[in-house]
Design a protein around this ligand. Structure first.
Ligand code: DGT
Ligand code: CA
Ligand code: CA
Length: 576
């Protein structure tokens, strides 16, 4: 109990960064970074595996890293990391969180300009000393200046990506559920609305008034601090810094409390006003006419008494859902079971961990009828990318496997880089032979909006483009979306046509909810994709579906909810 995959991933990433700041062996650095990514995306908690020898069986984890995982799980910390932290001052480490500042630049700053803290850096920027340093161009400098002015210093609260929050929320939910007298536990707030990031956890416990669950909560091993106000309210902080607000609610108010604390604030305010317009009063205790409670036990009752269909939490952002519920036009939201395939899957031919055969077996387990293998195309900076000859060989392997498979069809594809000038990393003649061409930005994220937009629009003009993958390029908690006029991209995709991806990788979730809705409103079909780099990551489809639901997507809006025959037609339409 206590150590989660996200903690282990974080520790490995930090070791990688600290080794890089020290100028350590690049292979060693890469091994830690890779291990960090692998651990971060594992669907099972390492701490819950019974036998530490299981760690070594994971791809990319050798004996040394397996021992480190075991040490972290057992003791809660790592000698290697502690030693590195002692060597690299915390002020230097903090510089890594600034935009454009990787270990190489941090090392240059420390060695050449003796910059060892934010304050040092602010002075160096102000005095113009950075200009003399190689690799510190004007764009980087102005970015740093802005960030130093607006980005809060380390230690201040930050939002967690949903999948990281889930690693803390779900064990907490199970623990609370096991407290005697607690009938029901719900985590409301942005977590229940499935927002891509979560500020804090709003926990509701359904229990009769004579049950006080806070003594038991106080013994929760992941808990940092807890302060209870009476027997119905408590707030605390988990050891990872995540804030929790806990409320104990009686059964007759549970639905209205759940509604109130699920929010969003704007949705809840609109609902309260609606109640007032009907001479009623809505609060977290119930829906009242005078002093009589007319609803409150369930959310369904509450919506019904206000003349509305129940609204899925994902939609409660005051983006037209109340009007739609009133008119009976709420969209029937896409579900995981509606997906027939996955059009963005990697194998060990490029940077995936598993073979074609293993990915196919996993796809059958996931009840998919088709997948497209979209390994990275070769080009500068892409490790193990496929060139025309290797794509040809992969195609032959896919043909052979398709011969053997009965209930799954494997499509041939590639994930092709959009180069800085908008050309694609493979020639049209090669792309013409593929079933699915997924294009994406993998570098030059910091171009101006005009240049970035022109770059993507130019790429969309190429004759063999099926899908634009992870359009904004964001990585939650790590990289902001690039400056891109997505409205124009959507229009180009609609007119062309081609399709936009909702990438289900937990740290991407890209398109975001707002742009999923914009795409859907314009009739641009969405490809909900796992972008799996290993067999277990096909489960990313679930996260993609949640994100698409927040953007009002129905199955009619989703390319890979179509059966194969229909899909083939839709893919042919993208050929110019
Ligand atoms: P977060 O935690 O920043 O990711 O976002 P939320 O939506 O979970 O917001 P939070 O934790 O501040 O509050 C949880 C819910 O409680 C929120 O969605 C609606 C409700 N709530 C909080 N403050 C107010 C308020 O002042 N008025 C109303 N109507 N509802 C509120
Ligand atoms: Ca919250
Ligand atoms: Ca809260």
């Amino acid at each position: 109990m206590g150590i989660h995959n996200a903690d282990i991933a974080e520790a490995f990433a930090e070791i990688g960064d600290l080794l890089a700041i020290q100028g350590d062996n690049p292979f060693r650095i890469r091994a830690y970074r890779r291990a960090s990514q692998i651990v971060r995306s594992l669907p099972r908690e390492l701490a819950e595996m019974h036998d530490a020898s299981e760690y070594e069986a994971l791809p990319g984890i050798g004996a040394d890293l397996a021992a480190k995982i075991a040490e972290l799980v057992r003791t809660g910390h790592l000698d290697t990391l502690d030693a590195l932290r002692r060597k690299v001052p915390s002020g230097v480490r903090e510089l890594l969180s600034l935009p454009g500042m990787g270990p190489v630049r941090v090392r240059a700053l420390a060695n050449k300009l003796h910059v060892r803290s934010r304050a040092d850096l602010e002075r160096a920027v102000a005095s113009g000393r950075l200009e003399k340093l190689r690799g510190f161009g004007p764009a980087l400098q102005s970015g740093l200046q802005t960030a130093l002015a607006v980005q809060p210093a380390a230690g201040s609260a930050k939002r967690l990506p949903l999948f990281v929050a889930a690693q803390y929320a779900e064990p907490l939910r199970r623990y609370l559920q096991s407290i005697p007298g607690v009938a029901r536990v719900e985590i409301a707030g942005s977590y229940r609305r499935r927002r891509d990031t979560v500020g804090d956890l709003d926990v509701l416990l359904c229990a009769p008034p004579d049950v006080n669950p806070f003594d038991a909560l106080g013994r929760y091993p992941d808990l940092g601090t807890l302060s209870a106000a009476g027997t119905t309210k408590a707030s605390g902080v988990l050891r990872n810094g995540l804030q929790i607000d806990v409320r104990v609610v009686p059964p007759e108010s549970f639905g209205s409390a759940l509604h109130y604390f699920t929010g969003s604030r704007d949705h809840a305010i609109r609902m309260r006003r609606r109640a007032q317009e009907r001479g009623l009063k809505l609060n977290e205790y119930g829906l009242f006419r005078g002093t009589a409670r007319i609803a409150g036990e369930t959310e369904e009752d509450l919506y019904r008494r206000l003349g509305l269909a129940w609204i899925a939490p994902e939609l409660r952002e005051d983006r037209g859902e109340i009007e739609a519920a009133e008119k009976g036009t709420l969209p029937p939201l896409i579900e995981r079971a509606d997906l027939k395939g996955d059009l963005h899957v990697h194998t060990d031919a490029s940077d995936g961990h598993d073979s074609l055969e293993k990915m196919a077996a996993a796809a059958r387990e996931q009840k998919l009828a088709y997948i497209a293998i979209t390994d990275h195309a070769k080009h500068l900076g892409i490790v193990h990318g496929l060139d025309a000859a290797r794509l040809e060989r992969q195609a032959a392997a896919i043909d052979a496997l398709n011969e053997k498979l009965r209930d799954l069809v494997i499509l041939k594809g590639a994930e092709v880089d959009i180069l800085e000038d908008g050309r694609l990393a493979l020639p049209d003649s090669v792309l013409a032979r593929l079933d699915v061409v997924v294009i994406a930005i993998h570098g030059h994220f910091d171009l101006s909006e005009a240049k970035q937009t022109a770059r993507v629009l130019r790429a969309l003009e190429r004759p063999h483009v099926s899908i634009l993958a992870h359009p904004s390029g964001r990585l939650l908690g790590e990289r902001e979306p690039c400056a891109l006029d997505l409205e124009r991209v959507l229009e180009a995709a609609r007119d062309r046509p081609c399709y936009l991806e909702v990438n289900g990788q937990p740290a991407r979730l890209d398109l975001d909810d707002v742009h999923v809705k914009a795409a859907r409103d314009r009739g641009v079909l969405l490809s909900i994709a796992s972008d799996a780099h290993s067999a277990d990551q096909l489960a990313n489809l679930e996260g993609g579906v949640r994100q698409a639901r927040r953007g009002w997507a129905r199955k009619e809006d989703v390319l890979n909810a179509c059966p194969l025959g229909e899909l083939r037609k839709l893919l042919r339409r993208t050929r110019l």
